[in-house]
Design a protein around this ligand. Structure first.
Ligand code: HEC
Ligand code: HEC
Length: 219
């Protein structure tokens, strides 16, 4: 009986939390589909409702990315630590509660990995080296040291790279190298400065095809 009461009490305490989480996901789905008023456009216009974007690589994949990481990016876009003509105004207009709701929604979203370009095998091989072992001559640690085995991310602060679009990944590395992306100044900026253009293309190509390979194998 004591156990039953304890269990029931725990259940009753958890219930409002679960309901709130559900409400927040619903709110997030609504923002993704419709935006908020005039200031926040529908995220789905660029990232799609399931968060896989359009496959062009111009827009990052959000599906399954950590909500904590995404909420932080909104703060960085709003402060200008990350510069984006598209995301800057959106992040400024998004309230903290709506940002958290839409981040939670996309963190829970799932969608296929669809790519329209095949990468050169030599490039992918160089990328694999950088991702898994790094490059001692350039004092580069393996990316996976931080981004997790297979680039699946290190929850919650470090985003996944596996299956992220190569063009987007390469662009972010270029932005860190040039100083246009100012968050993670000591971490990613320092790493990007050691990477050549070719290295960036290689590691970006490697990460994109990781999920493509597993999607092929699953067929
Ligand atoms: C008009 C197109 C467009 C719309 C609409 C849009 N985004 Fe974006 N989003 C982008 C682009 C482009 C980037 C990459 C910008 C950069 O290089 O930093 C981006 C980046 C992001 C990132 C960073 C991802 C990462 O891996 O660091 C998040 C999170 C994000 N958007 C969420 C949203 C949410 C939530 C909405 C809706 C409220 C939204 N976006 C609406 C174009 C858009
Ligand atoms: C010392 C740890 C560390 C190492 C090593 C590291 N990263 Fe990162 N990386 C991070 C952190 C932390 C972030 C999140 C930064 C932020 O919050 O904006 C990040 C973010 C990124 C992003 C942004 C993803 C997005 O969705 O916008 C890319 C791309 C990236 N890293 C690529 C790499 C590559 C390629 C390597 C190897 C050459 C690498 N990283 C090595 C810690 C690391």
């Amino acid at each position: 009986m004591r156990r039953f009461v304890a269990g029931l009490t725990a259940f009753l305490f958890a219930l409002p939390l679960a309901v709130r989480a559900q409400d927040s996901l619903k709110r997030g789905a609504d923002i993704a589909a419709n935006g908020v008023g005039d200031a926040v456009p529908a995220c789905s216009g660029c990232h799609m409702q399931n968060g896989i974007a359009d496959g062009s690589g111009a827009f990052p994949r959000l599906a399954g990315q950590s909500a904590w990481y995404m909420s932080r990016q909104f703060a960085d876009y709003a402060s200008g630590a990350r510069t984006s003509a598209l995301m800057g105004p959106i992040a400024k207009a998004l309230s903290a509660a709506d940002g958290a709701a839409v981040a939670a929604y996309y963190a829970n979203a799932e969608g296929p990995f669809v790519f329209n370009k095949r990468a050169d095998a030599m490039l992918v091989e160089r990328g694999r080296q950088l991702a898994r072992t790094g490059d001692q001559a350039k004092q580069l640690p393996a990316c996976n040291n931080c981004h997790g085995p297979g680039g699946i991310g290190e929850f919650p602060a470090i985003p996944y790279l596996a299956g992220q679009y190569a063009d987007y990944v390469a662009l972010q590395l270029q932005m860190w190298k040039s100083g246009a992306r100012k968050d993670s100044a000591e971490g990613m900026a320092d790493i990007a400065k050691r990477l050549s253009e070719q290295d960036m293309a290689a590691v970006a190509a490697y990460y994109q095809q990781l999920r493509e390979a597993s999607a092929q194998a699953a067929k």
